[in-house]
Design a protein around this ligand. Structure first.
Ligand code: PMP
Length: 411
């Protein structure tokens, strides 16, 4: 069991006053806060170990390299990849998905091939495939959703055909709060000799992930959404594919030999990591993984579920509040998107901020989904390991105050 009240003391940023109220941070789907342990790891790397990696033979270079590669091993263990060579450091989920679209796409997608995504994808898992489809004259297809906001698996079975080369679906929605059956989708994709690409941005930080069990060919996620720093992320890829793919960027660190007119690439994973990497970011992510492991991802998942079971019925009871996604808390992650009748989500988010409650308002980089739902924008509250029932109470109370203000002009 998580003691969030206790954990939040390890997050110095949470201990502040916003608009005369103590901060309630519920924008974790956008980015999470960093515990003292991660901040200290990054600080001490720069204070004590800073050097470039992989090349130097001096002590600092060896220390930096060891810590950076240790972090890769921590990622490998976190997602149960077979080997660290299958763990590529990226800038984040977006970079990872772009690398697959570009590199796998260049190698394996041909005119008339099909790429299947869904209506609940983040732009990072839409636009790279649109671009690939345009480049290769391939066909982009969308799996529709059920009216409760689940991926329609029956329709997915019809959409994926022998022409399908790529199925790219999010593990957990950043708007609807649903978790998709990735293992089932991967098996569907593989039945048709297609690959399964997973956007893990909203899943890897919140639940145990086993890429071998899911049988994902690629799995991308971001460090900053899991207590780590910005600018670092992970692309897991099966060795078999990574070996057949060309790097996306070229330069230092990724070469074997460079001749005046020809070059050869070094081995995995460095073949994909041109240039000086985000060393502090990688080490910081390793520290975030240590932190999450100390708490336990199963317990983190359970804690978020508990909060959703607590808060969702209270939100559902508010007159004029519409929630997007499943009504049963059982089916919800800690992401809850909603609107208040007649109010613009930006006004609602601004009013909540006046009460010290930080939420996001907008299209959440999921415009095809919002178009599909026929809404322009929503408010989104998203919970993490350090959120408490008191935070949930503050959200509900702030929404009621906001409603009262806009209906009757009084706080
Ligand atoms: N996919 C999903 C589902 C997301 O929620 C996000 C972040 N909002 C991304 C992809 C993109 O992540 P990043 O901006 O860290 O690359």
């Amino acid at each position: 069991m998580i003691n969030a009240e206790h954990l939040r003391q390890e997050f110095p940023i949470l201990n502040q006053v916003i608009n005369d109220e103590s901060l309630v941070y519920l924008d974790n789907a956008a980015t999470t806060q960093k515990p003292e342990a991660v901040l200290q790891t990054i600080g001490s790397y720069y204070h004590e170990d800073n050097a470039n990696v992989h090349r130097g033979v001096h002590t600092l270079a060896e220390r930096a390299t060891e810590k950076y590669e240790d972090a890769r091993e921590k990622v490998r263990q976190l997602i149960n990849a077979k080997e660290a060579a299958e763990v590529l450091f990226t800038r984040g989920t977006t970079t990872g998905l772009n690398w697959v679209a570009q590199s796998f796409g260049d190698a394996f997608v041909q005119e008339g091939d099909e790429i299947v995504i869904s209506y609940m994808e983040h732009h990072s898992n839409v636009v790279p495939w649109q671009q690939l489809a345009k480049r290769k004259k391939a066909v982009l297809k969308y799996v529709p959703l059920t009216k409760d906001g689940f991926l329609d698996i029956t329709k997915a079975r019809q959409q994926v055909t022998d022409k399908t080369v790529i199925v790219a679906i999010t593990h957990a929605s950043n708007v609807l709060g649903v978790i998709n059956p990735i293992a089932e989708l991967a098996s569907l994709a593989h039945d048709h000799q297609a690959i399964m690409v997973v956007d893990g941005a909203q899943a890897a930080p919140h639940m145990p992930v086993d890429v071998q069990e899911l049988d994902a060919d690629f799995y991308a996620f971001s460090g900053h959404k899991m207590c780590g720093p910005t600018g670092i992320g992970v692309l897991y890829g099966k060795r078999n594919w990574l070996e057949q793919m060309e790097p996306v960027e070229f330069g230092g660190e990724m070469i074997d030999f460079v001749h005046p007119y020809e070059s050869t690439w070094t081995e995995l994973p460095w073949k994909f990591e041109a240039g000086t990497p985000n060393i502090a970011g990688g080490i910081g992510l390793g520290s975030a993984i240590d932190y999450l492991n100390k708490i336990g991802l199963t317990d983190i998942y359970r804690h978020e579920k508990e909060l959703v079971h607590y808060v969702l019925p209270q939100l559902q009871a508010i007159d004029g509040l519409t929630i997007y996604g499943p009504a049963d808390p059982h089916d919800h992650t800690g992401v809850i998107a909603f609107n208040l009748d007649g109010l613009h989500p930006h006004d609602v988010a601004t009013a909540l901020d006046m009460e010290g409650v930080a939420v996001r308002a907008g299209h959440h980089c999921a415009q095809p989904l919002l178009e599909y739902l026929d809404v322009i924008a929503t408010v989104r509250a998203s919970f993490y390991l350090y959120n408490t029932k008191e935070d949930a109470d503050r959200l509900v109370e702030a929404i009621k105050v906001t409603k009262e203000f806009f209906e009757h002009g009084t706080f």
